[in-house]
Design a binder for this molecule. Structure first.
Ligand code: UD1
Length: 420
């Protein structure tokens, strides 16, 4: 297992290029299983999770070449309909093959993904949505066994206790491409990654409209073709570098990103007192010593994303005043707080609310990464802490940030990857 060793207190400067979005790439690779033609995907981030999805696509019968962020993939035939536990346990997003296999083969057997470090992760909305389209689903021996004689377009209600679901919207959309008639998904998730998957499906030749809103309409039954498609930039990676600029009180140019996808994050940074300049595909963020506390209410898109909450907690630990973060999407997503407190942060957690009192300085410490975004928050804290920070279990970070320490080093950070 590897760790990061960070020497804090260095100013950052320069330009960083943002990679393709992990949360688009994963379902789009699953969606490729809908067609027997070759698909070429560009801007695919080279991440552990992407490699896992590629492994799963190969296991199911796809031929794959992946070089320099270009993925050539063709599933002439599906040779297996089972997504085994050994792969699904490594990455929850493996469940996207459920919708794709049901559409193409009318049959799928997908290991149940289970919970994860950030709390229970139910899949009841995925199951409810697919059942509405006519899929028979049984849970047996830890597997979802799904079969459909016929898929029928219907109105699919994805309202859950926490609102709608990104994953369920995509799974239902994939299955609905081969349903007879029209499927109306409502409320649908309107995250940019959902829109990207829908746009990809349209490029394949499917008839989808309403993506980017809370009502998606899929007219099923079209024959898919092959396609070249470019994955959108990763808004969470861009947001993480924006916070790197703010927390180190530096100026960073963040290029090849989509500022329009970053509204919730950038508005918060401006409210805190950072300067944000936007152009078509670039933002320039400058932190300063007058930044102030704020309150954050995590919400689905276009609100402040749960995937940026941990990173923002690190920043708020370093600005004067008392900030409050209310996490509304996942129940157990404050695990970075205890580690940040080991670095001198003043944080109190009560249920879904964190109260953060800004401190004068964070100090380097040995800390442990617990999940993907918590890892990023510890790196950000390490960049500004006095002395040395050692972060263990960074494999979490490798699941979702492409060449993170290389990109940070090029901006002037002192961060090294070391074997344990
Ligand atoms: C996706 C993202 C993840 C992000 C999350 C919320 C991927 C691979 N992951 O996760 O990075 O943090 O969206 O933006 O794209 N829920 C149910 N029943 C279900 C499904 C979800 O109750 O069947 C609940 C979840 O527990 C959670 C909320 O709905 O409280 C949102 O989850 P969802 O949008 O499904 O997140 P994911 O697709 O798993």
């Amino acid at each position: 297992m590897e760790r990061f060793v960070i020497e804090g207190g260095k100013n950052l400067s320069g330009e960083v290029t943002i990679s393709g979005a992990k949360n688009s790439a994963l379902p789009i690779i699953a969606a490729v299983l809908l067609t027997d033609k070759e698909v070429v995907l560009e801007n695919v981030p080279d991440l552990i999770d992407v490699r896992t999805m590629i492994e799963l696509a190969k296991h199911l019968g796809a031929h794959v070449e992946f070089n320099n962020n270009i993925l050539k993939i063709q599933a002439r035939k599906i040779s297996k309909i089972t997504a085994p536990y050994e792969i699904v346990r490594r990455m929850r997003a493996s469940y996207y093959v459920l919708g794709a296999l049901i559409a193409r083969e009318r049959e799928a057997k997908v290991s149940l993904p289970g919970g994860c470090a950030i709390g229970p992760r139910p899949i009841d909305l995925h199951i409810k949505g697919l059942k509405t389209l006519g899929v028979d689903i049984e849970i047996e021996d830890g597997y979802i066994n799904a079969r459909a004689k016929k898929l029928k377009g219907r109105e699919v209600n994805l309202q859950g206790p926490k609102g709608t679901s990104v994953g369920a919207t995509i799974n239902v959309m994939l299955a609905a491409t081969q349903a007879t008639g029209q499927t109306i998904i409502s409320p649908a998730a309107c995250e940019p990654e959902v829109e990207d998957v829908a746009n990809f499906l349209c490029h394949l030749g499917f008839d989808i409209s309403g993506q980017g809103t809370h009502t998606i309409i899929v007219k099923g039954g079209c024959a898919p073709s092959g396609v070249h498609y470019t994955i959108i930039p990763d808004r969470i990676e861009a947001g993480t570098f924006a916070i790197a600029a703010a927390i180190t009180r530096s100026t960073l140019s963040i290029s090849d990103c989509r500022p329009d996808h970053l509204t919730g994050i950038l508005e918060k940074l401006e409210e805190i007192g950072a300067t944000v300049e936007k152009s078509e595909n670039k933002i320039v963020v400058t932190g300063n010593h007058q930044m102030r506390a704020t309150n954050i209410f995590v919400a689905s898109y276009p609100g402040f994303p749960t995937d940026m909450q941990a990173q923002c907690m690190a920043l708020l630990s370093t600005v004067p005043g008392t900030s409050i973060i209310k996490e509304t999407i996942f129940e157990n997503r404050f695990m970075q707080a205890l580690e940040l407190m080991r670095m001198g942060a003043d944080i109190t957690i009560e249920g879904d609310t964190a109260v953060i009192k800004g401190v004068q300085r964070l100090s380097g410490a040995a800390v442990m990464a617990s999940d993907l975004r918590a890892s990023a928050s510890l790196v950000l804290a390490g960049l500004v802490a006095d002395g040395e920070t050692v972060i263990r279990r960074i494999y979490h970070l490798d699941r979702g940030y492409e060449k993170f320490e290389v990109k940070l080093s090029l901006l002037g950070a002192r961060i090294k990857r070391r074997p344990e």
